[in-house]
Design a protein around this ligand. Structure first.
Ligand code: 0WD
Ligand code: CA
Length: 392
């Protein structure tokens, strides 16, 4: 399941690896853009580093202001759970149920940080492993034609995490954080997995104790608002263990890209009459209390973009946000229906547009199809955002 292999650069003809790096200049602008090489204009044979200039893809938002692309209603085709020791189960045992809090609950998010917190080991890079486990456990229902000899071809163009797609959606508006994605083609399906950037690694190493604690606050909010069973209540006295996860696996299509991806889901509506997944799912967030017009504007421009992209992708219809003060106390709770977010930001001058996000993602996926040609599990194309290729 190791999707990323390093190879001797001199052997790249046998195992070609392509890498695409995005650079930011000091002003946070993308450079290395090349308008001549929009992906749709690329010839297939240009993917190879021996055959001329490397193609690249601009991240300039102006280029993506066209009609909204076809995005089929995402359908849940399965789910899986990761337990307190990060073990995989091909079922929904880690599903939790949303218990609506009061509007002004005064939840203390700092409670338990020192003594009731088990933190997932961030040094373990899981790559696509859990999704691949789910595919193996469900291959009889996924294989195109009967139970062909393994491994059979999948009816998908792309397999990835939802979180990686979220990063693609927000790329035209993201001026700070770059990313690095590895792509490999196997039996016609492209597997996309993230590789940690040098900047992200440094950021993680230099995290302050305050930042470290604030990362706990989001999980603590989940504990205040989620119950383990339909008829039980949240247990704020319990342990927060971030190994535990419930993940949905969804199928959808973006233009001509057939996608299979998985994303972690916080909880579901506990009403038995609630619609089927993913429409019953609830995404939980925390955010700083909004006190000034400037803070409200930033919330619309940056937070709502990320929240929208993350939940729109799997068809999760609402985000429940806990607004916290500097002491980590949730002072109020608000629900944001995903379908209303684009109206909410309409008054914001020069704000982000959903169509730009989706069109960029769509073009990026077309670009990847043209770049990652070699169909071999050991041939890996690594690419980074803004979106300049490099090869090794
Ligand atoms: O190893 C890696 N580089 C990554 C692993 C990067 C991103 C995700 N993952 C894996 C983990 O197995 C995790 O369980 O993906 C799972 C979540 O996938 P996703 O839904 O595609 O990721 P994303 O949409 O970025 O995050 C959803 C939630 C987060 O909630 P908030 O409200 O903060 O967005 O998943 C959690 C977090 O609660 N989460 C993670 N949990 C464990 N390990 C990770 C992570 N690396 N990233 C996000
Ligand atoms: Ca969340």
């Amino acid at each position: 399941m190791d999707q990323h292999r390093s190879h001797n650069p001199n052997s790249s003809y046998q195992n070609p690896q392509s890498a695409y790096r995005r650079h930011r200049d000091a002003g946070g602008r993308n450079h290395c853009e090349n308008k001549r090489s929009r992906p749709n204009q690329q010839q297939q044979h240009h993917h190879h580093h021996q055959s001329g200039p490397a193609p690249n893809l601009s991240t300039r938002k102006e280029l993506y202001e066209r009609d909204f692309p076809v995005y089929k209603q995402p359908v849940e085709i399965g789910c899986f759970s990761l337990d307190s020791e990060r073990r995989f189960f091909n079922d929904g045992r880690q599903m939790r149920y949303y218990v609506e809090p009061e509007r002004n609950p005064n939840f203390d998010l700092r409670d338990g940080y020192k003594d009731r917190y088990i933190k997932r080991d961030g040094n373990v890079k899981e790559k696509l492993d859990h999704i691949l486990r789910w595919i193996l456990a469900n291959k009889s229902k996924l294989c195109s034609k009967g139970a062909a000899a393994s491994p059979c071809a999948l009816d998908f163009d792309f397999v990835t995490w939802r979180g990686h797609l979220t990063k693609l959606l927000t790329t035209p508006y993201e001026m700070r954080e770059g990313w690095l994605l590895a792509v490999t083609r196997f039996k016609g399906t492209l597997y996309i997995s993230e590789v940690e950037t040098e900047a992200a690694r440094r950021e993680q190493e230099n995290r302050t104790e305050r930042h470290e604690e604030m990362m706990y606050w989001g999980y603590k909010f989940e504990q205040y608002t989620c119950a383990d069973d339909v008829h039980s209540l949240p247990d704020p006295g319990g342990v927060v263990n971030t190994n535990e996860a419930f993940c949905t696996v969804v199928q959808t299509r973006l233009a001509d890209h057939r996608l299979l991806f998985s994303g972690e889901v916080d909880c579901r509506d506990k009403d038995p009459k609630a619609p089927a997944p993913p429409a019953c799912y609830v995404e939980l967030k925390t955010s700083a209390e909004i006190c000034t017009p400037k803070q409200r504007s930033n919330f619309h421009r940056f937070k709502l973009l990320k929240w929208w992209a993350q939940s729109f992708l799997p068809g999760v219809p609402r985000v429940v946000a806990g607004f916290k003060d500097d002491e980590g106390v949730v002072v109020n709770v608000d629900t944001f229906p995903i379908s209303k977010i684009s109206q909410l930001i309409k008054n914001e001058h020069n704000c982000w547009k959903p169509t730009v996000c989706m069109n960029f993602c769509c073009d990026f996926l077309s670009f990847v199809k043209q770049i990652a040609i070699e169909d071999h599990p050991r041939s890996v194309a690594v690419r980074d955002d803004a979106v300049q290729p490099f090869f090794f």
